[in-house]
Design a protein around this ligand. Structure first.
Ligand code: PRP
Length: 194
């Protein structure tokens, strides 16, 4: 996160909604390549399965897969929290479960962001009960200031402040996922809707 990103060159239909660029597209790509190399080393010779939590992680997953050179497979999981109050209680509903069993496999959970930690705490418990050979977590973003439960994260792309971040898969009201960078949403955008 360099200073020059505070003065972003914003273009496109959403540019008026973005306060600033927190992490540029180039910085993301550099970091993802680095994560890919570490994953290659760590899982060399192992039966690696990437599990992405829909929807936010799909852009990260797509780039991360191409930064990993060892053979691997992917599977997807869709979750839904029951809103703010139930999320803080740690209840996560599974909308779409995995297609394949994970028993005996080396699983890497791929997330776009860890906020309270409840989603990953729940999924870690769920998956450990299915007896994988190993279970690790890689997240592009981490918001440690919002953590409510401890999460053992193996790799983190970037630690971010407590701002409303959008882009590179992250949404507000299902929009902005297609931005190639991580930006901060202008407060007037979410204040006008919520
Ligand atoms: C986001 C993110 C994580 C979760 C993190 O998903 O992708 O799955 O929230 O929050 P937590 O640490 O407080 O549990 P979201 O529910 O926004 O759905 P989306 O991925 O479809 O945007």
């Amino acid at each position: 996160m360099t200073e020059e990103n505070d003065v972003p060159c914003l273009e496109g239909p959403f540019s008026q909604d973005v306060e600033s660029v927190l992490i540029s597209a180039d910085e993301i790509q550099d970091r993802v390549r680095g994560l890919g190399r570490r994953i290659d080393e760590h899982f060399a010779g192992k039966d690696l399965l990437l599990i992405a939590v829909l929807k936010g992680s799909v852009i990260f997953l797509a780039d991360l897969m191409r930064a990993i050179s060892i053979p691997h497979e992917v599977d997807f999981l869709a979750t839904s929290s029951y809103g703010v109050s139930t999320r803080s209680s740690g209840i996560v509903r599974i909308l779409k479960d995995l297609n394949e069993p994970i028993e005996g496999r080396h699983v890497l959970l791929v997330e776009d962001i860890i906020d309270s930690g409840h989603t990953l705490a729940y999924l870690s418990r769920l998956f450990r009960a299915r007896n994988p050979a190993s279970l690790e977590i890689v997240t592009l973003l981490d918001k440690p200031s919002r953590r409510e439960v401890d999460i053992d994260v193996f790799w983190t792309g970037f630690s971010v402040p407590n701002e409303f971040v959008i882009g590179y898969g992250l949404d507000f009201n299902q929009r902005y996922r297609n931005l190639p960078f991580i930006g901060v949403l202008k407060p007037e955008v979410y204040e006008s809707i919520s």
